[in-house]
Design a protein around this ligand. Structure first.
Ligand SMILES: Cc1cc2nc3c(=O)[nH]c(=O)nc-3n(C[C@H](O)[C@H](O)[C@H](O)COP(=O)(O)OP(=O)(O)OC[C@H]3O[C@@H](n4cnc5c(N)ncnc54)[C@H](O)[C@@H]3O)c2cc1C
Length: 462
């Protein structure tokens, strides 16, 4: 509960129509991609950095939690008000401030939808490559706060690689600009990088200065099917060894194929699929497509489709981006993990996941960004069945233990939030976690900005 005088002050800062206080209005801001639910005490929509600053000053004085929120597609619970408090929605801060063709940069507000920026950049021959599968709904602010990765990371890198600078507001209300307009710049500690991936716990991002690249001239998509997972990953490794770096290189296992077979052609004997996009100059792309076909044929592919038709191409990538939703055919709920292992360990990792699935009696479809080793592991269950829920929670530490054994990381792009907080210590040494806590304290002495995230406080896991 927040006191009446604070509610009045919120209305005074952003305007009465931009404050939601009733449970019915606030419900849509109480959940995110995890489907967990926590009702906030208020939702506010500031229009600029100055209003964000006033809101944070007030919250800091009153010691009320503030939770920055983009589109609420986060998969680790980062935008959830686990201790109540004020959700700060970025919906009104959604302008592309400028696109600068000469310097190939763009400055945007945090509420800009990722795909909107991509469309606008394309109009002037530029390209913003980071491509989370949620790009049509997630925001640039949320992408920066999570350091979103996605489908194009192998060739183009992740969000971090495109952020040149930020305007941020500290939990104590100070406004600060970090970074430079230039690609080079090494003056002092890199505060920009510290904020990227900090999951809204250190500062509120109010502007983002982004690097763009020239738009590729041509693209070609391919769907390639294999009988075994091992051969598909061997295909991936061979493609890269032949010095072809696809802009997208996605992997789907047998359970995923079963979920999508009503919407996409899947050969009966296929147990694994690669979805590939090649980009670059037209002649090079055509040549690479032929080479990829040849490489996969000689590495056990059973069916290869070089997609010629625009409709089919659209269908392929729509299906990929909707994969998370297809999984619900299997069970009503899921726990999503986004582990990463070195590419050549993918078969070992997937085979271990299959053994866990058998042992625990739960379907665990796996798909992901094969090129960079990032696998989305979907533990499908019925959370209303308490035994299934307990068993799923038993399974997770085993999964992470194997990831570490295989020299991987427990989160490639979804962050720690609340769902992975209990496990961070499996990967980050105590000294590292202590240093992170001290950084948090330096930014946010009263722990008002997105409290309860990243650092595990004990209690039951989500
Ligand atoms: C179907 C689906 C597919 C997805 N695919 C991918 C994928 O391929 N790759 C990938 O990386 N992720 C993926 N995600 C996860 C998610 O979309 C990303 O993490 C995305 O970056 C979150 O953006 P958002 O705007 O929804 O942020 P939110 O969920 O609203 O917030 C996420 C975090 O960012 C913080 N935050 C938001 N805005 C600000 C701000 N202005 N200042 C400070 N902190 C802020 C929040 O406090 C929270 O901690 C997927 C999610 C879904 C549902």
């Amino acid at each position: 509960m927040i006191p009446e005088h604070v509610k009045n002050e919120l209305k005074h800062i952003v305007g009465e129509e931009y404050v939601a206080l009733s449970p019915s209005e606030m419900k849509e801001f109480s959940s995110d991609g995890t489907k967990l639910e926590f009702l906030p005490d208020a939702v506010v929509f500031p229009e600029d950095a100055m209003q964000v600053s006033k809101l944070l000053e007030l919250a800091n004085k009153e010691k009320i939690p503030v939770i920055p929120r983009g589109a609420g597609t986060g998969m680790s619970g980062g935008a959830l008000p686990v201790r109540g408090g004020i959700i700060m929605g970025m919906d009104r801060m959604n302008r592309i401030i400028y696109l600068d063709r000469d310097n190939m940069i763009s400055k945007v507000e945090p509420g800009v939808i990722t795909e909107e920026l991509q469309k606008e950049a394309k109009k002037i021959g530029l390209f913003y490559p980071p491509y989370p599968a949620s790009a049509n709904i997630s925001t640039i602010g949320g992408n920066v706060a999570e350091c979103a990765g996605g489908l194009r990371a192998l060739k183009y890198g992740v969000t971090r690689d495109y952020v040149l600078g930020l305007k941020i507001v500290l939990p104590t209300g100070e406004i600060l600009e970090t970074g430079t307009k230039t690609v080079k710049g090494v003056v002092g500690y890199d505060l920009t990088r510290l904020i990227i991936g900090s999951e809204g716990t250190l500062a509120v991002i109010t502007e983002v200065l982004l690097r763009l690249v020239p738009a590729p001239e041509y693209k070609k998509s391919m769907a390639i099917f294999f009988k075994e997972i091992e051969t598909s990953i061997k295909g991936v490794i061979k493609i890269l060894q032949f010095r072809i770096i696809p802009s997208i290189l996605e992997f789907l296992d047998d359970i995923c194929l079963d979920c999508i077979k009503e919407d996409l052609y899947i050969p009966a004997s296929a147990n694994s699929m690669l979805m590939i996009e090649l980009d670059g100059p037209r002649s090079l792309v055509m040549e690479e497509a032929k080479k990829v076909k040849k490489i996969c044929q000689s590495n056990g592919a059973i069916y290869i489709d070089i997609i010629e038709n625009e409709q089919e191409e659209k269908k392929l990538w729509e299906t990929r981006n909707q994969l998370s939703h297809y999984m619900y055919k299997l069970r009503p709920h899921k726990i999503s993990e986004d582990i990463v292992v070195p590419r050549n360990n993918i078969p070992k990792m997937v085979s271990y996941i299959k053994s866990l699935s058998k042992e625990y009696g739960m379907p665990i479809p796996v798909f992901g960004h094969a090129g960079d080793g990032n696998l989305h592991v979907n533990i499908m269950l019925n959370k209303d069945n308490n035994i299934e829920l307990i068993r799923a929670k038993e399974l997770i530490p085993k999964l992470f233990k194997k990831v570490i054994e295989l020299h991987g990381t427990i989160s490639g792009e979804h962050g720690i939030g609340i769902t992975k907080a209990p496990y961070m210590g499996m990967e980050v040494p105590r000294t590292g976690i202590e240093l992170m806590r001290r950084i948090k304290k330096a930014f946010d002495p009263n722990d008002i900005l997105n409290p309860g995230k990243i650092f595990w406080e004990g209690g039951s896991s989500w």
